[in-house]
Structures are given as structure tokens and as C-alpha cells.
Design a protein around this ligand. Structure first.
Ligand SMILES: O=C(O)c1cc(=O)[nH]c(=O)n1[C@@H]1O[C@H](COP(=O)(O)O)[C@@H](O)[C@H]1O
Length: 246
């Protein structure tokens, strides 16, 4: 990946579960080293709000709050102001909302963090969801670009508008690196160990492939949360992604 040492984060574990007990059980079990980053998504946040974030923070986890904001710039700015006060480390916005919306979100997030005396969370822009393939892009979104071109163009838009990185599939990381700066983050869900079903994901890679393709971080949900032994599943994935050469 060029001469620069790539910043790699511990795997981000998507805690997509329905109940507080299930979430707390996973938080307690996953207190291992290196600590995963916990991704709190819509399901848990809509159920339990900021309290579930505090539960994870109390156990020493960094938090990726994934609410994928997408609305008019003023609304997104005001919502991001609120999220900036929660002490999370990463949060998300849809690049498809346009550069004005992403810029408004970035400003709101920074201002919220500043008002609370906290460091600003890193803002990640969703490019094309990993559940989208070329066929859906063309037949349903009526986009004429190829999938990789569409992701590349969203990455450029997001960087110019002040995002710190994108969420994409590892398949597109190299194309994104050609058009963005060296510190711009590529966070990649759609991770499937070789023996785990794709399910609704379309653009998938193994943890090892994500490493080789230059992802800064991988996001993994069901392969860990649905495992009989989530800690073992996490550790196997972590070892595959964070190899010694990093
Ligand atoms: O923003 C995300 O994290 C995200 C973006 C994307 O393009 N695809 C994607 O799967 N995700 C999230 O990553 C997680 C993937 O979960 P699994 O498919 O169960 O590993 C889910 O929480 C999704 O919401």
C-alpha cells in the first residue's frame, strides 16, 4: 500500500441484536484484547438510545454509532450536533445525500463534540451498501456508472465535504485510494469467513482478503454474533485481519 504504513483498527463488531440482555452479554464476553470496536446500529439505538452506548463505554469499548443519516442538510446538521455529544468514535452519513448534506453533517458533528468538550468522532460516508450489486445499481437505481466508479465518486465527494472516510466493500478500496488522500479511511463490511453464508450481502470478502486489499477496518456482524462461541469467532477473524506485518 505505497510507502505509508496503513492504519488498521481492531475489527468492528456489529451488535445487531434485539434485546438489552443479548447486547450486554456480548459486551461482557468481548472484553478481550485487542478490544473490538463495538458497532451500535439502528436496532439497538432505536430500542435503547444513548444508554446502550454508555453501557459499552463503561466496559472500555470504542463505539461506532451507525445511524446512516440521510436528510436535508439542516436536519442532518442538527442531528449530528446531538450525536457529537455522545462521546462515540465513529458515525455514519449517506454520501448519496450530496456534498452539501455531508458538509453540514461534518460541521454539526464537530460543533456538537466541541460543545461537549469531546474530540470529534470520525465521520464515515456510506458509498454503495455492500448489499448492492451491479444489477441493482443499474436496474433499480438507474445509475450509468459501474459500481466501482460510483463508489469512487462518492468517496471523492465525501472527502471534499469533510468526511474522514467511507464505508465500502474491500473490493473498491484500491480504486478509492487512487482518488483520495493517504489518511482517508476505508471501512469495509460484507466480511464473510470462507464457511459463512453471504445472506443479504452481495460484495463480500474474507477477513484475509480485506487485509490484502488494504481495508483500514472491517465490520463483522453475524459471523460473530450468531456463532456458538462469539469470542473465538472474533479472535479468528481478528487474527486473519490484523496480521503481524502491520
Ligand atoms: O454502515 C455499515 O456498517 C454497513 C454498510 C454497508 O454497506 N453494509 C453493511 O453491511 N453495513 C453494516 O455492517 C454490518 C454487517 O453485518 P453482517 O452482514 O451480519 O456481518 C451490519 O450492521 C450492517 O448494517
Amino acid at each position: 500500500m505505497g510507502g505509508k504504513i496503513l492504519k488498521r483498527y481492531s475489527p468492528m463488531v456489529a451488535i445487531d441484536v434485539a434485546t438489552k440482555n443479548e447486547a450486554l452479554d456480548l459486551f461482557d464476553r468481548l472484553t478481550v484484547e485487542p478490544r473490538p470496536i463495538l458497532k451500535i446500529g439502528m436496532e439497538l439505538y432505536y430500542h435503547f438510545g444513548p444508554e446502550i452506548i454508555k453501557e459499552a463505554q463503561r466496559r472500555g469499548f470504542k463505539i461506532f454509532l451507525d445511524l446512516k443519516l440521510h436528510d436535508i442538510p439542516n436536519t442532518v446538521k442538527r442531528a449530528m450536533f446531538v450525536l457529537g455529544q455522545l462521546g462515540v468514535d465513529f458515525t455514519t452519513i449517506h454520501a448519496a445525500g450530496g456534498s452539501e448534506m455531508v458538509a453540514a453533517g461534518a460541521t454539526g458533528l464537530k460543533e456538537g463534540a466541541q460543545a461537549a468538550g469531546l474530540p470529534a468522532p470520525k465521520l464515515l460516508a456510506i458509498t454503495q451498501l455492500t448489499s448492492i450489486d451491479e444489477q441493482i445499481l443499474h436496474d433499480e437505481q438507474h445509475v450509468d456508472l459501474s459500481l466501482v466508479e460510483s463508489v469512487q465518486s462518492y468517496a471523492q465527494l465525501a472527502e471534499k465535504a469533510g468526511a474522514n472516510g467511507v464505508v465500502c466493500s474491500a473490493h473498491e478500496v484500491q480504486a478509492i485510494r487512487q482518488v483520495t488522500g493517504p489518511d482517508f479511511l476505508c471501512v469495509t463490511p460484507g466480511i464473510r469467513p470462507w464457511n459463512f453464508a453471504k445472506g443479504d450481502q452481495k460484495r463480500v470478502v474474507t477477513p484475509h482478503q480485506a487485509h490484502d486489499l488494504g481495508s483500514n477496518a472491517i465490520v463483522v456482524g453475524r459471523p460473530i454474533t450468531q456463532s456458538a462461541d462469539p469470542v473465538k469467532a472474533y479472535q479468528e477473524i481478528e487474527e486473519e485481519f490484523l496480521t503481524e506485518e502491520d
